[in-house]
Design a protein around this ligand. Structure first.
Ligand SMILES: CSC[C@H]1O[C@H](OP(=O)(O)O)[C@H](O)[C@@H]1O
Ligand SMILES: Nc1ncnc2[nH]cnc12
Length: 289
């Protein structure tokens, strides 16, 4: 099976160069407009789609990113594997600004977002114990190392609501009591929605700062984040350029089960399902509806 890679670019990553037949396309979804048009094209002969999460010009705050529309649109374009490239703060001395962390787990501290495609009229509960795809994460780690970046494989990403950064008390709580390794504002509910849409999902979290817990560093500011991201943008691009080679062929079925997440998830009896919601679920859940 061939892979169609989707890249969701976070803060500081609003475009992707090097695509052949590049075209910014509009994809209409039943969940409203996406963050921006989606850049489609091929990289080393492999089809690819790139979506800037905050939109070009950084117009969407973390709370207001249209996560459902974004994931639905990628699914509609035939994307199978989604890699999120995101900025994050570090809770670990050894996860240094400039390093990349390939996230394995999430803690969800968001509270003002639409976190599911499903709901009244079609209730579903996907398994989410292992929220990232190990196959895709391994490829991202390999691509990062090949690009010369220090890569940490595994780590827990705490997703906060924002847009304000954390207080000192929160930063210490997340680091010491929750055991989180990095912090950001966007990868949830994105990862949940990707799993509901049966897409493989991996997070490349680019460390930009030490949030505000570190006695030897000032509390994070946007200026710090942007400075590190600017000097890191080429590393992110180099990682992406190596992915087609590593992901050329895809196993017929995902060994992690990402592509069959809905097999036993829907609880609402067929006769009790809401036709209007089912219509909106055409791309995301069409395989099982
Ligand atoms: C620019 S600092 C805070 C901002 O950066 C991260 O964005 P993304 O995850 O899209 O790279 C963080 O989550 C906040 O949205
Ligand atoms: N310290 C931090 N907290 C939340 N989101 C971030 N994105 C980059 N650094 C961050």
């Amino acid at each position: 099976m061939s892979t169609r890679l989707g890249i969701i670019g976070g803060s500081g990553i609003y475009d992707m160069d090097g695509l052949e037949d590049a075209d910014w396309v509009q994809v209409d979804t039943p969940w409203g407009p996406t963050s921006d048009r989606i850049l489609t094209g091929t990289l080393d002969g492999q089809p690819m789609a790139f979506l800037p999460r905050h939109g070009r010009g950084h117009v969407h705050a973390p709370t207001d990113v249209p996560y459902r529309a974004n994931i639905d649109a990628l699914k509609r374009l035939g994307v199978t594997d989604v890699i999120s490239v995101s900025a994050c703060g570090s809770f670990r001395e050894e996860m240094v600004p400039g390093d990349f962390v390939i996230v394995e787990q999430f803690i969800d501290r968001t509270f003002a977002r639409q976190t599911s495609f499903f709901g009244s009229g079609c209730v579903a509960h996907i398994s989410f114990a292992h929220p990232t795809c190990a196959r895709l994460s391994k490829a991202a780690a390999e691509a990062g190392r090949a690009a010369g970046v220090t890569v940490h494989e595994g780590g827990t990403y705490l997703a906060m609501e924002g847009p304000q950064f954390s207080t000192y008390a929160e930063s210490r709580l997340y680091r010491e009591a929750f055991g989180a390794d990095v912090i950001g504002m966007t990868n949830l509910p994105e990862a949940k929605l990707a799993r509901e849409a049966e897409l493989c999902y991996a997070t490349v979290a680019m460390v930009t700062d030490y949030d505000c817990w570190h006695p030897g560093h000032d509390a994070v500011t946007v200026a710090d984040v942007v400075r590190v991201l600017t000097s890191n943008a080429e590393n992110a691009r180099a990682l992406v350029r190596r992915l087609p080679d590593l992901l050329g062929t895809r196993p017929e079925i995902c060994p992690e089960g990402c592509d069959r997440a809905l097999d036993h998830a829907i609880l609402t009896a067929p006769a009790a399902r809401d036709p209007a919601l089912l219509a909106r679920l055409d791309a995301v859940a069409g395989r099982v509806l």
